[in-house]
Design a protein around this ligand. Structure first.
Ligand code: 8YV
Length: 323
């Protein structure tokens, strides 16, 4: 007689092949479950592979039951997980760092360039009957901003911030960064970046890109007071977490012309988007797709599965979250 394999529940269908050595996978469709559906899906699981939108709290751990040994987040961010509750019950938590770095950095630049060059307005115009009716544009139509030789401020000097800063070499940008401590990977060649206080950096930056995790200390880091320092020609990009920016203050800064444009992949009340952001053509919006590049999402699947396999085998996982 063969012993029953432990169950690994995956709360969405992940991209690429998913397999966990020594386990039976149970996979939901790739749609967001209601809380009730989520809690009904996980009883008896030895490991659950979760999305950043699945709240892992005591109720979740109770629903999974005493056999739960690991929660493997399909994301680098893990603010959805109550780490203390997991620790109390001996549940190992992992995430997928590195795999999300390139995709998120690429999207930050896509949003930055789209905002600077007014891509949303231009795209709408090119599709509209107004374009052929009016004919070739004049010399002053669709003027935007540029990044060559300008100043980039990275808020949060982790892997993604570094990847965004490295890409700025193509525009010969001066790089400033905000972080709690010094980061030599930012300060040494080729970036030779300078660490600054937040308000000082905001006052100098032409492009501001946010890359810190959401913690009680970074919630509303970019608030009304901070936004009072930005240049009217500056562009703000957020691919990190929505609540880091005080959304109403951002809306007001854009409306009053105190900030040129914004590129946002994340929102304060996700998936709700502030109606003024929707209405403002100077804002480029994407629905939290930072890591959504096929190659890297497949890498996230592999990492999450390898983490799950390691937990089940009693080995140290690739990327344990220690808090
Ligand atoms: C999303 C992210 O999690 O890694 C993170 O923290 O926010 C993104 O990569 C991903 O889009 C889906 O889980």
């Amino acid at each position: 007689m063969t012993a029953e394999l432990p169950i690994v529940c995956i709360t969405r269908t992940p991209p690429g092949p998913a397999a966990v050595a020594g386990a039976r996978l149970v996979i939901r469709p790739d749609t967001r479950p209601t809380r009730e559906e989520l809690l009904a899906f996980i009883p008896g699981a030895a490991v659950v592979i979760t999305m950043y939108s699945d709240r892992v709290d005591r109720e979740f751990l109770d629903a999974a039951g005493p056999g739960l040994r690991g929660v493997c987040n399909f994301a680098v961010g893990y603010e959805n997980i109550d780490l203390a509750a997991c620790r109390e019950r001996g549940v190992v938590v992992t995430n997928t760092p590195n795999a999300v770095t390139e995709g998120t950095a690429d999207l930050a630049w896509a949003l930055a360039l789209a905002a600077a060059r007014r891509l949303i307005e231009a795209d709408r115009y090119a599709r509209s009957p107004e374009y052929p009716a009016r004919g070739q544009l004049g010399m002053c139509d669709f003027l935007g901003q540029d990044f060559t030789g300008r100043t980039l401020l990275i808020v949060g000097a982790g892997r993604i911030g570094l990847a965004v800063a490295m890409r700025s070499r193509g525009w010969g940008m001066r790089v400033l960064y905000v972080a709690r401590g010094r980061h030599w990977d930012f300060e040494l060649a080729p970036l030779a970046a300078q660490r600054v206080e937040l308000h000082e950096g905001l006052a100098q930056a032409d492009l501001i890109s946010i890359h810190c995790p959401l913690t009680p200390g970074t919630r509303h880091l970019i608030n009304r007071e901070a936004l009072a320092h930005v240049k009217p020609t500056a562009i703000l990009v957020n691919t990190a977490r929505g609540p880091i920016v005080e959304e109403q203050a951002l809306v007001d800064a854009l409306r009053e012309g105190r900030l040129y444009a914004a590129g946002l992949d994340v929102f304060e009340h996700e998936p709700q988007v502030h109606p003024d952001l929707i209405a403002n053509p100077r804002v480029v919006l994407t629905p939290h797709i930072g890591s959504a590049e096929t190659r890297y999402r497949e890498m996230m699947t592999q990492m999450a599965c390898e983490n799950a396999a390691a937990i089940l085998a009693g080995r140290e996982p690739l990327s344990r979250v220690t808090g």
